[in-house]
Design a binder for this molecule. Structure first.
Ligand SMILES: NC(=O)c1ccc[n+]([C@@H]2O[C@H](COP(=O)([O-])OP(=O)(O)OC[C@H]3O[C@@H](n4cnc5c(N)ncnc54)[C@H](OP(=O)(O)O)[C@@H]3O)[C@@H](O)[C@H]2O)c1
Length: 249
């Protein structure tokens, strides 16, 4: 008996990176997983195929996030495959230009907030009528909103900080339905998001910043999300769980 048998999950940004690892892990626990993606159809197809090859159940859901109608399009695609939801994982996100404040443009700032803040807010809002009592909302934030703030990621961290607030406010509202709402705050995880920059001196320096002496992996985050999705975390809500190997201490 796996822990999520009979549950349906939606993971945004599940074609690659952290989202792919989360989708794969939830499917391994028995959940039927909606693998959301934006433009990379081949990667989403690979994720679904990998889940099915391991005996799991999954389907792809396409919706480009960051523009009006994005959440509506996502849920319409989801509804074509499933009736109701048990686990929502808000994972899709972008890093932006990584400039200090002087280099941040209005267009860049608005794009970050559209994808990282507005989209998960509206996706969560529209998930609520579909989410069954006892369900889970898990959002992927960042360690950079507390303790590890960096001037070069000011816009990115600001767009994610709103999700810390959303988590606590919704946990208070949805507790009466038995729904828990939590956020994981990863440290640096080696994915496409870093465009191959995590090598050499940068890799050595970043690794030295964490007491565990290495960067995180998508699996490190996925295993934490699996705990928050499971019944083992039933009395944990409104929590921001740091998954940075201790970088923020
Ligand atoms: N990597 C890190 O160091 C790190 C650390 C802390 C937090 N995080 C957070 O973890 C989450 C996942 O990051 P990652 O490193 O796994 O990123 P990634 O490898 O770049 O993957 C991003 C995923 O999000 C989807 N996505 C991005 N923009 C989208 C858009 N506008 N519309 C629809 N889908 C979109 C992508 O879909 P397509 O494949 O279709 O493009 C892809 O599935 C993000 O929220 C990120 O902020 C990452």
């Amino acid at each position: 008996m796996t822990t999520l048998t009979g549950k349906t999950a939606l993971v945004t940004g599940a074609s690659r990176g952290i989202g792919r690892a989360i989708a794969t892990r939830l499917a391994r626990e028995g959940a039927r997983v909606a693998v959301h993606y934006g433009g990379n159809h081949a990667a989403a197809k690979d994720t679904v195929a990998a889940i099915e090859a391991s005996g799991g159940r999954a389907f792809a859901v396409q919706a480009e996030l960051g523009a009006p109608g994005d959440a509506e399009a996502l849920w319409a695609a989801f509804d074509a495959h499933a009736a109701g939801l048990d686990i929502l994982v808000n994972n899709a996100g972008i890093l932006g230009g990584q400039s200090e404040i002087d280099g941040v443009t209005r267009e860049g700032l608005e794009r970050l907030f559209a994808v990282n803040t507005t989209a998960p807010f509206l996706i969560t809002q529209q998930a609520l009528p579909r989410l069954r009592d006892g369900g889970r909302i898990i959002t992927v934030g960042t360690m950079l909103t507390r303790g590890a703030a960096m001037p070069r990621a000011i816009d990115y961290a600001m767009s994610k900080a709103a999700l810390d607030v959303m988590t606590v406010a919704l946990a208070k509202q949805l507790g009466q339905r038995g729904i828990t709402v939590n956020l994981v705050a990863p440290g640096v995880i080696d994915t496409d998001m870093h465009q191959g920059r995590l090598v050499g001196e940068a890799l050595a320096w970043l690794s030295s910043q964490t007491p565990l002496g290495r960067l995180g992996t998508p699996q490190d985050v996925a295993d934490t999300v699996a705990f928050l999705a499971s019944d083992d975390s039933r009395y944990v809500t409104g929590h921001r769980l740091d998954v940075s190997g201790g970088t923020t201490m």
